[in-house]
Design a binder for this molecule. Structure first.
Ligand code: PMP
Length: 460
């Protein structure tokens, strides 16, 4: 299928965008000499822009979101029918799709029990932080209020979640930040901080060192991405998660798992934490929950966490004093229900595992050919190739050259990503996260484009 946009001139749309839209993550100076890219339509992994150019999207809508692919009429129909029936009601009352989606979600999350709705990944994480603070206030005499976060992890764009940003440049210029967010080291073995054999255990022990320094009775929770996304597609080293959990249990620290990227199939299981046998207390999710067909996020807790807000019904401060206006939109959970049905009925978890293995195999083959690839990592359809100036010293590749590879792929009609420009010299990992419906042919087209781009940019 292709679009015939020539008959349908959209130059007025591009002009309106150029004049009036403030794009996310963009330096607008560039639009004084070039048009912004405006997308018009999508099907599966394919996208078309306002000039009619076709792309293969290897990043699921730019930021690993559209897990079931573009153009899903069944989701659109389910949302339409629900909006006509009841579009919204917020506050203390529930609604039908919210109840049914919560039930279905919890079936896939043994050990968890309660779903709290909001609209974005940042918001879901803010809710988790507020829960931890309220538990500290009510159950720990105000102690255990600090929250640990990890270098290179990202949890959102609000002031509270930026206080827990492991990517320094994202947080620069927006402070001051609230107190009580403490950074711990990352676990990327390729960028070793300790020269030891059991790297996973060592990286986890580094968290315990921070806990002892701060005082275990001051720390309520730790937030972690199961596989770090924008921070470099970091898969955990062996032994890491087991030790992290032992440490958290020992010091009674709640584990918050940020599944905003990994959630709903991205790694080949329903959730990334399930790949590593993690037993979380709180799980947050957003992007893939409804694949971008509606805005929805969830903060999911164990019954034990939930019960801590029920201890004194007559006390007006005992319940979770939080609301999200658009947490009452029914479009989110109804789209999420249909999104989940598609993942299940089309066998997308299995496809993700198979296609992820193929992507990693292709990237490893490229590493044999291109000395600029220093490391290949990934889980499911969530893969990265870290580029280096020198394999021996592992000196990071120049950011401009990494961006040139992304631009070359774009010129070839393949959209790939690269890690955020907020990692102080380590923003050098190419990121691939196509929709979970990707075929072998799609995967090969994506890695072939990277092959050509590396040759064009690095000449090797
Ligand atoms: N957590 C992670 C791991 C993310 O990657 C993101 C977004 N990139 C967020 C949280 C924040 O999500 P949102 O942009 O929906 O607020």
């Amino acid at each position: 299928m292709s679009l015939n946009l020539k008959q349908n001139d959209l130059s007025h749309v591009v002009a309106a965008d150029r004049e009036h839209v403030w794009h996310h993550l963009s330096q607008h100076k560039q639009y004084e000499t070039a048009d912004p890219r405006v997308f018009v339509e999508g099907r599966g992994l394919k996208l078309w822009d306002a000039n009619g150019k076709e792309y293969l999207d290897a990043v699921s809508g730019g930021v690993w979101t559209v897990n079931v692919g573009y153009g899903r009429e069944s989701i659109a129909n389910a949302v339409r029918d629900q909006l006509i029936k009841l579009n919204y009601y917020a506050g203390a009352a529930g609604n039908v799709p919210a109840a049914l989606f919560a039930q279905k979600l919890i079936e896939k999350m043994p050990g968890l029990a309660r779903v709290y709705y909001s609209n974005s990944g940042s918001e879901a994480n803010e809710k988790a932080f507020k829960m931890v603070r309220q538990i500290a206030a009510r159950h720990h005499n105000g102690k255990k209020w600090k929250i640990l976060y990890r270098e290179r992890d990202y949890h959102g764009t609000t002031i509270g979640t930026l206080a827990s940003s492991g990517q320094p440049q994202r947080a620069e210029q927006y402070g001051p930040y609230p107190d009580g967010f403490i950074m711990v080291p990352h676990c990327l073995e390729y960028r070793k901080q300790w020269d030891v054999e059991k790297y996973g255990e060592r990286a986890a022990d580094a968290i315990e060192e921070v806990i002892r320094r701060e005082g275990p009775d001051t720390i309520g929770a730790i937030i972690l991405e199961p596989v770090t996304a924008g921070g470099g597609v970091i898969t955990p080293p062996e032994g890491y998660w087991q030790r992290v959990q032992e440490i958290c249990r020992k010091h009674e620290i709640l584990i918050i798992i940020d599944e905003v990227v990994c959630g709903l199939g991205r790694t080949g299981s329903w959730f990334g934490y399930q790949q590593y046998d993690i037993k979380p207390d709180i799980v947050t999710m957003a992007k893939g929950v409804a694949s971008g067909y509606a805005a929805i996020s969830c903060t999911v807790t164990t019954e034990r966490v939930f019960e801590m807000f029920k201890d004194a019904p007559q006390d007006s401060m005992s319940y979770f004093r939080d609301i999200s206006t658009f947490g009452g939109c029914t479009a989110g959970p109804v789209a999420a229900l249909e999104n989940m049905r598609i993942i299940e009925d089309e066998g997308l978890l299995e496809n993700t595992t198979r296609m992820g293995e193929r992507t990693l195999a292709n990237l490893n083959a490229l590493m044999e050919k291109h000395s600029v690839i220093g490391d290949v990592r990934g889980k499911g359809l969530f893969c990265g190739a870290e580029l280096v100036a020198d394999r021996q010293s592992r000196e990071p590749a120049d950011e401009k050259l990494v961006q040139a590879v992304v631009a070359d792929c774009l010129g070839q009609g393949v959209i790939i990503g690269a890690t955020n420009r907020s990692l102080n010299g380590l923003n050098n990992t190419l990121c691939l996260s196509p929709a979970l419906v990707a075929t072998s042919n799609d995967v090969d087209r994506i890695t072939d484009a990277i092959d050509r781009a590396l040759t064009n940019v690095f000449g090797c």
